[in-house]
Design a protein around this ligand. Structure first.
Ligand code: AMP
Length: 112
């Protein structure tokens, strides 16, 4: 499958895995939108949150991984934002489910 995140997970495209467990990995975003900007993604190819809703156990693991990554990055206390873009109107650009973990600075109040 021609999926850039599947290639990163497989190690075919270099991008350090800053966190890994049995279900997911985390990497740093190549185009950070905050001082800390990581991406948490399942190892299994799933297109987006809508598709992943069939597997709530996996979603729980991904949310827990987001919190672990935030702690690892030292932003758990100061606060962080977790977001996922799902589909065209949300401007999802990579069709492999991922959660953005953003922090390290004060962010805007608006989500859109
Ligand atoms: P989204 O637009 O929500 O699908 O987010 C995709 C994110 O993946 C963007 O923030 C990109 O900067 C990021 N991205 C794309 N390619 C890479 C890459 N090779 N390594 C790390 N992050 C990437």
């Amino acid at each position: 499958m021609d999926c850039i995140f599947c290639k990163i997970i497989a190690g075919e495209i270099p991008s350090p895995h800053i966190f890994e467990d049995e279900a997911c990995i985390a990497i740093r975003d190549i185009n950070p939108q905050a001082k800390v900007h990581c991406l948490v993604m399942p190892k299994k190819h799933i297109a987006n949150l809508t598709e992943a809703s069939a597997d709530p156990e996996l979603l729980g693991k991904l949310m827990a991984a987001c919190a672990k990554v935030a702690a690892q990055e030292g932003i758990a206390e100061s606060g962080y934002r977790v977001a996922t873009n799902c589909g065209e109107n949300a401007c999802q650009s990579v069709p492999h489910l991922h959660f953005h973990v953003l922090g390290g600075e004060k962010m805007g109040e608006r989500m859109s």
